[in-house]
Design a protein around this ligand. Structure first.
Ligand code: DGT
Ligand code: MG
Ligand code: MG
Ligand code: MG
Ligand code: MG
Length: 253
């Protein structure tokens, strides 16, 4: 088909090479998961099956894309951080975004049964995706802190809200009014004094979201180190995290 008279149509395609030397974030988010979670009877506010399925799908993406140095997931979203120097797909944005989004979606469907034993999938889920570029390491750290603070704020709110509704017998509206204008300390106090819950003892995956990192571990049968993707639950807003995991920023393979 070379040089047919139709070839010119290719000139309409636009270049989408992403800026060099920038961290590439691909963030995917479930489409209308408000409804999806409700139709599939996700437990409120957190369903460990659903979160573990998200983690599993992100794991599949990281297995395929070795240039993802870190992923962070909460609720129905996942952020994938590709190393600054990646030349994957020639840094073509549409390739990276569509591959990651579609691989994530198909993995979510593929592994559903492993997590939702008694709940069949009623209709296909899908995810939106976007790319954000960050030129500095600090921008990247602030991005991840932003997502993780979001997890904390939402989870504290949702945990308090659903306790007020499910155990405190308030209506949704009453619970919302009760929480309007409250600070974190107020919500911690409501949880503790009314429901005997110490928020800090809530499952760490719910409070902090899930970070997937590549780590080298020793294989007990052989001498060689081998790389695995591990879920960890730490605070990315603190310097300690970045000191503990220097390979993320320093581009150590
Ligand atoms: P979107 O993203 O604009 O298409 O709309 P949504 O509905 O996906 O909104 P979003 O992404 O801001 O919020 C995530 C929704 O997913 C939210 O309504 C709560 C629900 N969701 C996520 N994880 C869980 C879970 O573990 N349990 C329950 N019950 N709901 C969850
Ligand atoms: Mg949204
Ligand atoms: Mg969503
Ligand atoms: Mg979301
Ligand atoms: Mg092709």
């Amino acid at each position: 088909m070379a040089n047919s008279k139709f070839e010119y149509v290719r000139n309409f395609e636009s270049e989408d090479r992403l800026l060099p030397n920038c961290w590439i974030i691909v963030r995917i988010d479930g489409k209308n998961f408000h409804k999806y979670s409700s139709k599939h009877n996700f437990t409120k506010p957190n369903d460990a099956r659903a979160l573990n399925l998200m983690n599993r799908s992100a794991f599949c993406v990281m297995k395929e894309y070795k240039d993802i140095v870190l992923s962070y997931g909460e609720s129905d979203e996942y952020s994938f951080v590709l190393r600054k120097e990646t030349e994957l797909h020639n840094r073509r944005g549409t390739k990276l975004l569509t591959h990651i989004t579609s691989l994530f979606s198909s993995s979510y469907v593929f592994h559903w049964r492993d997590y939702f034993h008694d709940q069949s999938m009623l209709y296909p889920p899908y995810f939106d995706g976007r790319i954000v570029l960050y030129p500095s390491d600090n921008n990247l750290r602030d991005y991840l802190s932003w997502r993780q603070v979001d997890t904390h704020i939402n989870n504290l709110y949702n945990t308090t809200f659903w306790n007020l509704v499910q155990k405190g017998n308030l209506t949704n509206r009453e619970a919302q009014e009760r929480l309007s204008g409250t600070f974190s300390s107020d919500k911690n106090e409501i949880l503790f004094s009314e429901f005997g819950i110490n928020y800090n003892n809530e499952p760490i995956m719910f409070r902090k979201g899930t970070i997937l990192l590549r780590k080298k571990i020793k294989n007990p049968h052989r001498d060689k180190l081998h790389q695995v993707v591990l879920p960890i639950f730490e605070d990315m807003m603190h310097d300690e995290f970045w000191i503990q995991h220097p390979e993320i920023l320093s581009n150590i393979p």
